[in-house]
Design a protein around this ligand. Structure first.
Ligand SMILES: Cc1cc2nc3c(=O)[nH]c(=O)nc-3n(C[C@H](O)[C@H](O)[C@H](O)COP(=O)(O)OP(=O)(O)OC[C@H]3O[C@@H](n4cnc5c(N)ncnc54)[C@H](O)[C@@H]3O)c2cc1C
Length: 432
């Protein structure tokens, strides 16, 4: 099917029943907008067919994975069809000896992790809700957890991708062989594109051996400056934590760490003996000015970073907004000072990722106060993105902040891949 023959929207919506099963649309609202229909599909071909029908009728489609991160994105401009991808949940190919796996986009991270763990392997992703979020959602939103410092981003681990396009075709890039680089651009294109250029139906990854041991060192400091100094010292040292963050006092309280002040958290992963040695050395060299110190064992480490992740992601928020600001690690502390001064008591959370150079800010307050906070912070640092906020705050702004230099290229890509603006209409950068 191609999108060239025009179709009446009502006829198109009825025709969708051929390709999947209708769901209750009210469960698929985005920023308060409920779609006309929600359709669960279970094959890549069905996804492509649905997109072609919707393109022919100029309907707007929002792909759904777990629905856990629908906070990210501008308010939808047109939303007729929610495309529920959770039925695409197969592992297509898994070669433990080659450290590669090909998985359909609707598979949850928890189910993927289970298959990998059975072979002592992993993807280095911390997620607050692994049993909910999907592989497609992870790739489409572009992942960046603090563990990226030690293991690289998910983008570095994607070796192949299959995408359904609004012209009714399925396009492939890369493969399942690690050295195949022919599809590199295609994978970069769809990583973090919020499904604005195509619906990811399959992703192939290079996976990593799971670490034998894990520990985390927590060090509490009286003020932000002392914590920042310790973080920068550790970052530049021979010690190699796989994640390195500083938590502001409200976050320390929220996570119930039994500490006060500003807390630096460093994660160590690797062979048992090396991890014990590294945690001791981290504690010694980073803890000189610390008031309190704690070392978390493996289970505590996993639970801690997962709990922290729920304070960093793009889950929709009611009376809060969450934003992420990129900045050089050496300037994060200055940025944090600015944020604290600007927001005062409205600051509900601040996490500084010294590994990746990112500040995650949570603000609480009325719609007017939240809007004011975003206005103040949108221009701060290298690049600010509004991860989640009430729809009333998002209206009239671009949640992706300042447009990057390459925005003209992005516009051309959208025109090429999705000329009828079927996918996530208005939600991506520059309201594409
Ligand atoms: C800046 C940033 C940093 C993040 N950091 C982390 C992190 O460190 N750790 C972490 O766990 N999570 C992080 N996340 C969120 C992470 O990417 C989500 O866990 C994941 O996207 C949730 O998947 P989901 O299935 O619930 O997605 P959903 O909420 O269903 O979808 C999210 C978005 O992706 C689109 N989408 C979903 N599936 C597809 C598909 N198959 N093809 C095309 N588009 C699709 C949807 O239309 C929607 O716009 C981050 C997100 C952002 C934006």
């Amino acid at each position: 099917m191609t999108g060239t023959t025009r179709l009446e929207p009502e006829i198109a919506l009825e025709r969708l029943a051929t390709f999947g099963v209708y769901q209750d649309p009210s469960a698929f609202a985005v920023d308060g907008v409920v779609p006309r229909v929600a359709l669960a599909v279970s094959s890549p071909e069905a996804v492509a067919e649905v997109l072609a029908v919707c393109a022919a009728a100029e309907l707007g489609v929002i792909p759904w994975g777990g629905g856990g991160q629908m906070g990210l994105g501008n308010v939808p401009e047109r939303y007729d069809v929610a495309l529920d991808l959770r039925g695409l949940s197969r592992i297509v190919q898994y070669e433990p000896a080659d450290l590669t796996i090909a998985v359909q986009a609707g598979r949850t991270l928890a189910d993927l992790e289970e298959a990998l763990a059975a072979n002592g392997q992993m993807l280095p992703i911390d997620a607050a809700e692994p049993e909910r979020i999907t592989v497609g959602g992870l790739v489409a939103t572009g992942l960046g957890c603090p563990r990226r410092f030690g293991h690289g981003s998910l983008r570095d681990l994607i070796i192949g991708i299959t995408v359904a396009l609004p012209d009714g075709t399925l396009a492939k890039g890369g493969g399942i062989v690690v050295k195949n680089v022919s599809g590199y651009d295609m994978m970069r294109l769809h990583f973090g594109a919020l499904g604005a250029l195509g619906v990811i139906v399959q992703a192939n990854f290079k996976v990593l051996p799971a670490p034998e041991a894990q520990r985390s060192v927590l060090l509490a400091f009286a003020d932000a400056a002392a914590a920042a100094e310790a973080a920068l010292t550790l970052r530049g040292s021979q010690l190699a934590p796989t994640a390195l963050v500083v938590l502001a006092p409200p976050v320390v309280r929220q996570l119930d760490l039994g500490m006060t002040g500003w807390v630096l958290a460093a994660r160590c992963e690797g062979p048992e003996a090396a991890v014990i040695r590294q945690a001791d050395r981290l504690r010694e060299s980073g803890g000189i000015a610390a008031r309190e110190a704690d070392v978390l064992d493996r289970e505590q480490t996993i639970a801690f970073w997962r709990a922290l992740q729920s304070l960093l992601d793009a889950r929709p928020q009611r009376d809060r907004l969450r934003l992420r600001i990129g900045e050089r690690p050496s300037r994060l502390s200055e940025l944090a000072g600015h944020v604290v001064t600007e927001l005062g008591s409205a600051l509900a959370g601040l996490v500084l990722d010294y590994g990746s150079g990112l500040a995650y800010v949570t603000v609480s307050g009325t719609v007017d106060a939240l809007r004011l906070a975003w206005d103040k912070l949108a221009e701060v640092g290298q690049h600010a993105v509004l991860l989640a906020a009430p729809a009333a705050v998002k209206v009239g702004t671009d949640v992706f902040g300042r447009h990057p230099d390459g925005i003209a290229v992005m516009r051309r890509l959208k025109e090429t891949f999705d000329p009828d603006r079927v996918l996530n209409r208005g939600r991506f950068i520059a309201h594409l």
